[in-house]
Design a protein around this ligand. Structure first.
Ligand SMILES: Nc1ncnc2c1ncn2[C@@H]1O[C@H](COP(=O)(O)OP(=O)(O)OP(=O)(O)O)[C@@H](O)[C@H]1O
Length: 289
């Protein structure tokens, strides 16, 4: 097992932030970590990365308990939105500083990305724009090739072109050097093509963890004439959302694993996108857990 969180609980200032959180990651892959604001994503990833302790439950990362554990620190790269490095350092000093830290760091990739993102080596981080800081952080995270790389909403300020390039770089580098990449994002629509797995978190719990391909087989939108759609047996499916317009209706459902769909006559079915599923599912979550 590479990473496991088992019944993990954590309180901060009396508030329960993680409530029986369970995650198992036993394969390499690019994992989307999704959840509404305040869901507990950052807290949970801090715990995984050894940056934060927890109150009860067990956490194992590469066979060890991660909190404050120098033996696994070099296998984990955690990149967050800001404050990854001292703001008074120059770009070139940061590049130097990380050299010794990540044993798998690929200098060639790092310097290529720094050049392509046009990052000025002699400027201090504090003098860079938000997007430039993010591009630097992302370049470091990617080039670290750490077996567990965590990107926590890492691209603040990066423009659409820079983000598109970033997604392409992540996929290309992952194909050559597969590892566990966790990527927390609210830009689901533009990132969903890079994800192989989805982990959906809310209220300090994991609501769902599943390969995206499998999810697409059971998270479905059925559309058709309202009269025909009325024949869908609401008692046998998890209905995530319903809407209708004139004489047409649409129902989004989540089939149970192995459950067959009885499609009403004259109706059609298609997979929900990850974003559509996420929005409907987290809105309806209380009825499912
Ligand atoms: N240091 C802290 N002190 C008090 N509350 C905290 C602290 N850190 C996190 N929390 C609370 O824990 C909850 C989860 O926060 P967390 O940052 O893990 O959520 P998130 O899912 O990453 O949210 P977002 O998508 O908005 O970044 C929130 O209610 C937040 O207010």
């Amino acid at each position: 097992m590479n990473i496991s969180l088992n019944q993990v609980r954590k309180q901060i200032k009396g508030q329960e932030i993680l409530r029986n959180m369970n995650i198992t990651i036993d394969k390499v892959g690019i994992y989307a970590v999704l959840g509404p604001n305040g869901a507990g994503k950052t807290t949970c990833m801090h715990v995984m990365a050894g940056l934060s302790n927890w109150d009860s439950g067990t956490v194992e990362v590469y066979g060890a308990s991660p909190f404050d554990n120098a033996s696994i620190l070099h296998h984990i790269c955690f990149i967050q939105e800001s404050d990854n490095f001292k703001p008074t350092l120059k770009v070139k000093d940061v590049l130097k500083q990380i050299e010794a830290f990540y044993p798998n760091l690929n200098q060639e990739l790092l310097h290529r990305l720094v050049k392509e993102y046009d990052l000025p080596l002699n400027k201090r981080l504090i003098e860079l724009s938000k997007g430039m800081n993010s591009a630097l952080n992302m370049s470091i995270g990617l080039a670290s090739r750490a077996p567990l790389t965590i990107f926590d909403e890492p691209y603040i300020g990066m423009d659409a072109t820079a983000r598109k390039k970033l997604y392409k770089e992540i996929i290309e580098d992952y194909v050559d050097y597969p590892r566990i990449i966790l990527f927390s994002t609210h830009f689901i629509e533009e990132t969903e093509s890079i994800f192989e797995h989805a982990i959906i978190v809310n209220h300090g719990q994991v609501l769902l963890q599943e390969p995206v391909e499998e999810l697409a087989e059971r998270a479905l939108r059925i559309t058709g004439p309202t009269e025909a759609m009325k024949t869908i047996d609401r008692s046998v499916y998890k209905i995530i959302s319903e809407d209708s317009f004139l004489s047409e209706s649409a129902v989004a459902i989540l089939l149970d694993k192995g459950q067959e769909l009885a499609l009403p006559i004259n109706c059609s079915v298609q997979p929900l996108s990850l974003q559509e599923f996420f929005i409907d599912y987290t809105a309806k979550e209380k009825s499912f857990v």
